[in-house]
Ligand binder design. Structure first.
Ligand code: KIV
Ligand code: ZN
Length: 389
């Protein structure tokens, strides 16, 4: 079995649909550019039937990044699948991602459908999607709480109907690693080489990353995740965590992703600048304190030999070297250096625009956070574009 794990980013769909995270179409395009730069394998750009904005975002991202593998979500019904297909018509590598709930709880209370009905609708949706695109993913919503025999039956049926990827979400973040790994291992065995098994874990009990990793060890080869772990309720598995786990613990987890990790911090900051919250200070990998050493004993050890307290080099995730606070006394040089550390290569004029905005804001604050600097850069670039049009 290959050691390559595909990173399916759903920041712009599952992430964006959660409270405080909505983004408009230009913001989604900017974020998509960063995700492409980061090297995600599949970029889920929206749920086109849910809103006109989602439809336009999928359409715009497909046009802007024709070679990216762009996915659009739809429930397992004609209306949704056709809308997803329409939104992807300019994508060169489109994926339709269709889903229906499979657990008895969801069938009884939400869908009021029998298992047979759900199976037939899933198969019909996959068959319809295959008329539009070659690359179809099926998700068994609440898969982790679904009867394993039925989950295996429906997984085989959708693959026979043409699905290439079968996703088994832990929709409510209920599973524990060894349990989830057992379920995933069973589906991997049942599908063999006919499809890739994917995982999509929510973080309600703080186990999204652990569950995703356990699933990979059981044979899953796609992880669905988001920048900063944003998503419904407690969020989704955080992209930066699984990627850095593989990179840091190759001895125990010998898997590869195509992620260019040096862009992780800037992706995190860019997202934070667009939505209403950033990662918590102690968030793994991208939090403000993730590489800060405060305690005397720690500082002493760190100064003698970094590896005493640092398991990852901050440069590998693109954390700026300098922890200098940028405030009203900071000059152009320091500002330029920080923009470079944040992944921007600004021209003279762009830097001037940024500097003017920066000094105006810095006059009234104690210092600007990286995410605020990213927001200033993006706003400045937008203003210059509008002026030029
Ligand atoms: O959590 C979930 O089950 C989902 C599916 C639509 C994939 O987001
Ligand atoms: Zn989800």
């Amino acid at each position: 079995m290959s050691d390559r794990v595909y990173i399916f980013d759903t920041t712009l769909r599952d992430g964006e649909q959660s409270p405080g995270c909505s983004m408009n179409v230009p913001e989604k395009i900017r974020m998509a550019r960063k995700l492409v730069e980061l090297g995600v394998d599949i970029l889920e750009a929206g749920f086109p039937i849910a809103s006109q904005g989602d439809f336009e975002a999928v359409d715009a991202i497909s046009r802007e990044f024709p070679w990216a593998q762009v996915a659009a979500l739809g429930r397992a019904c004609t209306m949704d699948v056709e809308r997803a297909a329409q939104s992807l018509r300019h994508a060169r590598r489109p994926r339709i991602h269709t889903f229906i709930a499979t657990s008895d709880i969801h069938l009884k209370y939400k869908l009021k459908k029998s298992r047979q009905q759900v199976l037939e609708e899933a198969v019909a949706a996959v068959e319809l999607a295959r008329r539009y695109v070659d690359d179809v993913e099926f998700s068994a919503e609440d898969g982790a709480r679904t009867d394993p025999d039925y989950l295996e039956e429906i997984s085989k049926a959708v693959v026979a109907a043409g699905a290439r990827t079968v996703n088994i979400p832990d929709t409510v973040g209920y599973s524990v690693p060894y349990e989830y790994a057992g379920l995933i291992g069973r589906i991997v065995k049942a599908l063999g080489d006919c499809a890739i098994v994917s995982v999509h874990c929510h973080d309600d009990l703080g186990l999204a990353t652990a569950n995703s990793i356990a699933a990979v060890e059981a044979g899953a080869r796609q992880i669905e995740c988001t920048i900063n772990g944003i998503g419904e309720r407690a969020g989704n598995c955080a992209l930066e965590e699984v990627v850095m786990l593989f990179k840091t613990r190759q001895d125990r987890l010998p898997y590869d992703t195509g992620i260019r990790t040096e862009h992780l911090y800037s992706a995190s900051q860019m997202l934070a600048s667009m939505i209403s919250f950033g990662p918590q200070p102690n968030k793994a990998i991208v939090g403000r304190n993730a590489f800060a050493h405060e305690a005397g004993i720690h500082q002493d050890g760190y100064l003698k030999e970094k590896t005493t307290y640092e398991i990852m080099d901050p440069h590998t995730v693109g954390v700026p070297e300098s922890k200098l606070v940028l405030g009203k006394h900071s000059g152009r040089h320091a500002l330029k250096k920080r923009t470079e550390d944040l992944g921007y290569d600004l021209g003279k004029e762009e830097l001037q625009v940024l500097y003017e905005r920066f000094t105006a804001l810095a006059d009234n604050t104690k210092g600007l956070l990286d995410e605020e600097i990213v927001a200033l850069i993006e706003e400045g670039q937008m203003a210059m574009k509008v002026a030029a049009d």
